[in-house]
Design a protein around this ligand. Structure first.
Ligand code: SF4
Length: 372
C-alpha cells in the first residue's frame, strides 16, 4: 500500500522558531501583550480518537488513509513532565489533558502521577483535569483518581441514540458515556462537567432533554457554540445556535436561570444557576461573545509544539530543544526563556476579530490535534 499522507497544510510552514534569548523581566506569572497571565496549560497526549465527531474529526478527512503520528513522534511522559514543570514555574495553576481522546494513550496514569506532584507558585497542588468522550471511564476512572487526577469533563452531544451516533459518527452509545460519567462520580472526579456542542439542525432539539436530564444530577452541563475550529468541519455561521438563544430556550421551557460569578478570571464557561437553586449550567460562546480578553490558555500538541490560541495556524516546536543531546544542563533555562518570550509577545484574540474571511481561511490547526 502506498503511504498516502493526508496533510492539511505542510508542516514546514507551521513552525515559528523560538526565541531563547535571556528575557527582560523575570516577573511571574508571565503576562502577554494584553496583560493576560499564563494560567492554563492544555496538553494533547494523543492525536487519535475512537470517535469521529462531525465538528472536530469528520470521517471525510480522518478516514482509514489518515496517517496519525507514529509513537516515536509523541512526547514521552518524562518530556511532558519536564515541560509542565517549566510552565508551572512561570505561573500555570491548571493543567488539562486532552487529545484526540486522551484515555487512548496507554498508561496515562503514569503521567498523571508525575504531574500531580507539581505545585503552583503559592504552594498549592496544580489542578489536574482531563477532557474525554467518556467511553473508557468505566475502566479507568478509579486508576486516574488514585494517580492524582482531580476531575473530568465529559463530551456528550445528545441523549437520543440516533442523534448521538449522527454526531460522533461511530457506533458508541449514549448509555456507555452515561455509565462513564457514573464511574467518574463514583471515583469522586467531580464536579463533573458535561460539554455539549450545539449545531443547528443537528442536535439543537436536544438542548431541553439534556438540560432536563442533568438538572437532576450534580453534574454541570455546558453548551458550546459550534466553532470554526480547524480546517475540516465545513463550519457555517448559520449553523451556530447562540448561547443567548440556548439560555432563552431553557428559561422558557424548563426554569428561569440567573447568572453567577466565575470561579476565576479567564474561566471559559459563563455560569448560570436555576432560580430554584437546583443545578448549574454553563455556556461557552466563542462565536457570539468572545472571551479573549482574559484568555490565559496555552496548548502543547502531542508531538511538542506550543500554540497560543485554539485558532492558531502555526506553532512553536519545543521538542527539538528537549531532545537535543548537547548542553542538556541548559535545556530548562532555554525552555523557560523561550516560553517567557513567546507568551510575552502573545497578541492572539481570534474570536474578537473573527469575520467571514477569517473563518474561511483553511489553514488552522485541527482541534483534535491540540485539544479543545
Ligand atoms: S480565540 Fe484564542 S485568544 Fe481567544 S479565547 Fe480562544 S484561544 Fe483564547
Amino acid at each position: 500500500m502506498t503511504d498516502r499522507v493526508i496533510q492539511l497544510v505542510s508542516e514546514s510552514t507551521r513552525n515559528i522558531p523560538l526565541n531563547f534569548a535571556p528575557v527582560a523581566s523575570n516577573a511571574v506569572p508571565v503576562r502577554d501583550t494584553l496583560q493576560r497571565k499564563i494560567h492554563d496549560l492544555r496538553i494533547s497526549v494523543t492525536d487519535r480518537c475512537n470517535f469521529r465527531c462531525v465538528y472536530c474529526m469528520p470521517k471525510s478527512v480522518f478516514n482509514k488513509d489518515y496517517q496519525f503520528l507514529p509513537h516515536s513522534e509523541l512526547l514521552s511522559f518524562e518530556e511532558i513532565e519536564k515541560i509542565a514543570t517549566v510552565f508551572v514555574k512561570l505561573g500555570v495553576e491548571k493543567i488539562r489533558l486532552t487529545g484526540g481522546e486522551p484515555l487512548l494513550r496507554k498508561n496515562l496514569e503514569t503521567l498523571i502521577d508525575k504531574l500531580s506532584k507539581l505545585q503552583t507558585l503559592d504552594g498549592k497542588k496544580v489542578e489536574l483535569t482531563l477532557t474525554t468522550n467518556g467511553t473508557l471511564l468505566r475502566k479507568k476512572a478509579q486508576v486516574l483518581k488514585n494517580a492524582g487526577l482531580d476531575r473530568v469533563t465529559v463530551s456528550l452531544d445528545a441523549l437520543s441514540e440516533g442523534v448521538f451516533r449522527q454526531m460522533n459518527d461511530v457506533d458508541f452509545s449514549v448509555a456507555e458515556v452515561l455509565d462513564g460519567i457514573e464511574a467518574a462520580a463514583e471515583a469522586k472526579l467531580g464536579p463533573i462537567k458535561v460539554n455539549m456542542v450545539v449545531k443547528k439542525g443537528m442536535n439543537d432539539h436536544e438542548i431541553i432533554p439534556m438540560a432536563s436530564y442533568f438538572k437532576k444530577t450534580p453534574h454541570i452541563l455546558r453548551f458550546i457554540e459550534y466553532m470554526d475550529v480547524g480546517a475540516s468541519n465545513g463550519w457555517k455561521m448559520d449553523e451556530v445556535v447562540s448561547s443567548s438563544e440556548v439560555l432563552q430556550r431553557i428559561s422558557a421551557e424548563l426554569e428561569p436561570l440567573e447568572c453567577i460569578d466565575p470561579n476565576y478570571t479567564g474561566e471559559v464557561a459563563e455560569r448560570w444557576r436555576y432560580t430554584s437553586g437546583q443545578g448549574e449550567v454553563g455556556v461557552i460562546s466563542s462565536v457570539t461573545q468572545a472571551f479573549c480578553k482574559d484568555c490565559s490558555r496555552i496548548r502543547l500538541s502531542t508531538e511538542g509544539k506550543l500554540y497560543t490560541c485554539l485558532f492558531a495556524n502555526r506553532g512553536h516546536d519545543i521538542r527539538a530543544l528537549i531532545r537535543r543531546q548537547e548542553h542538556q544542563d541548559q535545556t530548562d533555562l532555554l525552555l523557560e526563556n523561550a516560553v517567557r518570550n513567546l507568551w510575552a509577545g502573545r497578541t492572539d484574540r481570534y474570536s474578537e476579530i473573527r469575520s467571514a474571511n477569517t473563518s474561511q481561511a483553511g489553514d488552522r490547526i485541527e482541534m483534535s490535534y491540540i485539544g479543545g
